[in-house]
Every structure is written in structure tokens, then in C-alpha cells.
Design a protein around this ligand. Structure first.
Ligand SMILES: Cc1ncc(COP(=O)(O)O)c(C=O)c1O
Ligand SMILES: N[C@@H](CCOP(=O)(O)O)C(=O)O
Length: 466
């Protein structure tokens, strides 16, 4: 299996090299040259597999010869060992033909654990084999950061730097990152928003000369292909439990960087019968505007009650565009050449996107009402991101007969202040392994939104440690 850039110019890479990189050298994102496809019979034969067995079946075709089957099985086994639910991704029915897929039973309580615990294991394995030490650099609006730190903190061959927007993540999210005391973990609170953090990470990949000792950067954000690959698995897992391949299944996905829902799109391209994928956004609604009215005008970021989705530049939309423009890298490069000019999709591309994707914007006040309503009707506690997905599904689902799965992307305990606005009297205890979170000591560097200052800090920390 080879991986190619969405901008068509960078050299193609093997699976291992794709995992151990970030942006392609032409500024694009890596995608498989050809997508593996499963027949109806092959999908039917996956029914009854447990999560790890299914993950092996879905991931193995991407890996090529870079890992043996035994190595891949071990890596998958280690990745999901610390999930707190035996099903790994349990489905909970919340209404007639409506389910919530709980993706928050991993160590850091968000769906990011599904890909980042696996990515940490892949890094560890591949870097030990190569005898190489790398620098992991990532941007987070709150959840990627802690999952990446958890996945990498024990990797001997990694130093990890995570940038989060200062005062723009929940206190639980911040403490999950800043209280990890491992010597290879560095947290930077950037005086900016998530897009500033993500821009800084992308600029750092483009010019890595600031790194000492010939070190190089590797990505943990969903620009890393392995992130998307791992997330395809739970679409298959949920759909199989609801009757696929004999039953069409639909998904509503709280969306920010477009990685999670793009994994659903790929599951569909690989043969899973999905009719509708709903892009559920908060007030940072650029993707909703794009799908509903071809309006891709960037607007200033709003600080919402679902902070992990406070994103205006959605990295993975580029991977969708590459597909919709017939895998024409030059067309994608032209479309994205000047991000300050609003992008305008051709009518035929938009029509093809709308065959699969619907979209919906839910604001903070409705998010609060949805959390309150769900709790009073069934005592089910939604986090604010999941509430957006549930409400979007109710507003724009095309079929009441087909099952609708709403991805529950985070545990409500990560956002106690937002949940308290809906349910002031409700206690939301942290899981046992996080009970002492408020007593742990924090370590974090606050830096201005200036690339050179971030680079100086990283170079100093790396030189001190080598
Ligand atoms: C809790 C939560 N929900 C939803 C999202 C959106 O996912 P994506 O960025 O893959 O669109 C994120 C972060 O990205 C998140 O942390
Ligand atoms: N919501 C994310 C933002 C980063 O997205 P990623 O999927 O590209 O890592 C977060 O919680 O950090």
C-alpha cells in the first residue's frame, strides 16, 4: 500500500513512513493511493467479531508489509487494553431508531483515544525498529492533547510538545494534559485560539530547521493518516451491530477538524452501507455553511460551550475535496492556494457532497436545552459535543426507518461547567483513575502567539534533555 499527497506533488510513502510524518512536503495530507474495499459477504463475515478483531480486519489492508499480522494484533491489543468498557465502544439506544455510540471509555475520556492509543503503540514499535528518536508536535482544542500525551508518554524515542489555546479549554481538559509529569512531555498554552495553534504546528512541519541534533517532527493531529484509519473501525463496529450489511445505517457526528466524519465517509467508500452522514457543528459553523449554501467564508472563532469544536480551518476537509475533485492534486492545490479568499465549490462537487453529507448548526442555548431534555426524559447525561450531534440528527435525518447513530465524542465529566448550566444540581464524578486530578501538580509554559518564541522554547527544552 502506498500513500499519496492530496496536492499531488510530494513523493508517495509506505505505511510506516506515512505514520512517521506530518504534512506532505507539498503541504498536502497523505491518503491511500487506492482504498481497500470489502464485499457484502466480507462485511457479513465480520459480524460477531470483538472490537480488536474487527480493528485488525479493517486496518490490516492499509499496513502492507510494514508490520506482520502478529505485530499488528499485539499493537491493537495493547492500544485498547485500558478502555474501561468491555465492548470498547458500547451502543446505547436513546430513542426509536436512535443510538448513541459511546466513544469515551478510553483513558482520557474522548473519542481521540481510539486513534491516539494506537498511534502511540505504532510510534513506539516503528521507532524502536529504526532506532530513531523524534519530536511529536500537536495542536489541541482540548482532547487530542491529553490522548496524545497518554499515548506517547511512555515512548522512549519521543519528546512530545502540545499547544493548546490559553484559557480556551476546560479545566479538566487542561489538567489532564498539564499534570502528566513525564520528562518527555511539554505543554504550551498559546495566547491565541485553536486555529493559531494548528497554524503554528503546520508552519513548523514546513520548516523544521529550528530542531536541534537533526531531529524531525511527527504529527499526532488528524493530519496523520493513522488517526483517520483507526477511526474507520468504529463505524463498522456500530453498523454491524445494527444489522449491516443488510441494513443501511446513518451517523451524526459532532464536527470540528472533519477527521471523525471523514473516517465515516471512508467506511462508506470501503463498502459499509451508510446513506447519510450529518456534520453537526456549533456556532463555528463554516462546514455547515459550506454544505448548506456553498459559503466557505472564514469568520472569527467564537468561544462556545463545546470548546473542542471551536475550529474554523478544518484540516481534513482537504482529504474530502481531493476525492470529490477526482483525486486531482493540482485542483486541490489551486483551490486551497489562498486561504484568505473564500473557497467556492463547483456545483457538481457540491451536489456529490450532498448525496452523503447533510449539516446542521446548533448554538449554545439549544445545546443546554438538549442536555436538560435528555436527562429529564431518560436520565442520560450528554456532554455538550454529543448533545450537538444528537440534536442535529433529530433536525436533519432523512429517514426515521433507518437506524441513526450519534457519535458520543466525550464524557460529560470533561465539561462540568457546561453541563452545570443545564443541570446545576447534577454531580458528574470523574472516573476512578482521575479522582485525584485536582490535587496533581501542573506543568505548562504560557507563550505568546509567535512562532519564533515557540521554536526557541522547544529547541531549549530538547537541547537540555539531550
Ligand atoms: C469532544 C469532541 N467532539 C468532536 C470533535 C470534532 O472532531 P473532528 O475534529 O474529528 O471533526 C472534537 C475534536 O476535534 C472533540 O474533541
Ligand atoms: N478537537 C480536537 C482538535 C484537533 O483535532 P485533530 O483531530 O486534528 O487532532 C482536539 O480536541 O484537540
Amino acid at each position: 500500500m502506498k500513500f499519496v499527497s492530496t496536492r499531488g506533488e510530494a513523493p508517495s510513502l509506505s505505511f510506516a513512513d506515512t505514520v512517521l510524518t506530518g504534512l506532505a512536503s507539498d503541504g498536502g495530507l497523505y491518503v491511500p493511493e487506492t482504498l481497500p474495499k470489502f464485499t457484502r459477504e466480507e462485511i457479513a463475515s465480520m459480524a460477531g467479531l470483538d472490537y480488536e478483531q474487527l480493528a485488525f480486519r479493517i486496518i490490516q489492508p492499509f499496513v502492507g508489509g510494514d508490520l506482520s499480522d502478529d505485530e499488528l494484533r499485539e499493537i491493537i491489543g495493547r492500544s485498547y487494553k485500558h478502555f474501561r468498557h468491555r465492548a470498547i465502544a458500547p451502543l446505547v439506544q436513546t430513542d426509536t431508531n436512535e443510538w448513541v455510540l459511546e466513544l469515551f471509555h478510553g483513558p482520557t475520556l474522548a473519542f481521540k483515544d481510539f486513534a491516539l492509543q494506537l498511534l502511540g503503540q505504532l510510534f513506539d514499535h516503528l521507532l524502536k525498529k529504526r532506532g530513531e528518536r523524534v519530536v511529536v508536535m500537536g495542536a489541541t482544542s482540548g482532547d487530542t492533547g491529553s490522548a496524545a500525551i497518554e499515548g506517547c508518554r511512555q515512548c522512549e524515542n519521543i519528546d512530545i510538545f502540545i499547544l493548546h489555546p490559553h484559557n480556551r479549554v476546560s479545566e479538566v481538559q487542561r489538567r489532564q494534559m498539564t499534570t502528566v509529569q513525564s520528562g518527555n512531555v511539554f505543554n504550551i498554552a498559546l495566547e491565541g485560539n485553536f486555529d493559531d495553534c494548528q497554524n503554528m504546528v503546520k508552519a513548523s512541519f514546513a520548516d523544521q530547521s529550528f530542531l536541534p541534533d537533526g531531529r524531525r517532527l511527527v504529527a499526532v493531529n488528524s493530519i496523520n493518516w493513522a488517526r483517520i484509519m483507526a477511526q474507520i473501525v468504529y463505524y463498522f463496529y456500530a453498523a454491524l451491530r445494527l444489522g449491516a450489511p443488510n441494513q443501511m445505517v446513518n451517523f451524526s457526528v459532532p464536527t470540528g477538524n472533519f477527521g471523525d466524519i471523514f473516517a465515516g465517509y471512508l467506511a462508506r467508500q470501503m463498502g459499509l452501507p451508510i446513506d447519510q452522514l450529518i456534520i453537526a457543528t456549533n456556532a463555528n459553523d463554516i462546514l455547515h455553511r459550506c454544505i448548506s449554501s456553498n459559503d466557505h467564508t472564514p469568520k472569527p472563532l467564537v468561544h462556545s460551550l463545546s470548546p473542542s469544536m471551536d475550529i474554523m480551518v478544518s484540516s481534513n476537509f482537504e482529504r474530502l475535496l481531493f476525492d470529490l475533485y477526482g483525486r486531482d492534486g493540482a485542483a486541490v492545490a489551486e483551490l486551497l492556494a489562498d486561504r484568505s479568499v473564500p473557497m467556492h465549490l463547483s456545483e457538481s462537487v457540491l451536489a456529490r457532497a450532498r448525496e452523503v453529507f447533510s449539516s446542521c448548526r446548533i448554538d449554545d442555548s439549544r445545546t443546554i436545552e438538549v442536555i436538560r431534555e435528555a436527562f429529564s426524559s431518560s436520565e442520560y447525561l450528554l456532554d455538550p459535543h454529543t448533545a450537538i450531534g444528537v440534536e442535529a440528527a433529530r433536525q436533519v435525518r432523512r429517514s426515521d426507518e433507518q437506524p441513526m447513530v450519534c457519535l458520543s465524542t466525550a464524557h460529560p465529566a470533561k465539561f462540568p461547567d457546561a453541563v452545570a448550566q443545564a443541570l446545576p444540581k447534577q454531580e458528574i464524578p470523574l472516573p476512578a483513575h482521575m479522582q485525584d486530578l485536582w490535587q496533581r501538580e501542573e506543568r505548562c509554559k504560557i507563550l505568546p502567539n509567535e512562532l519564533s518564541q515557540v521554536h526557541d522554547y522547544m529547541a531549549t527544552m530538547l537541547s537540555a534533555g539531550s
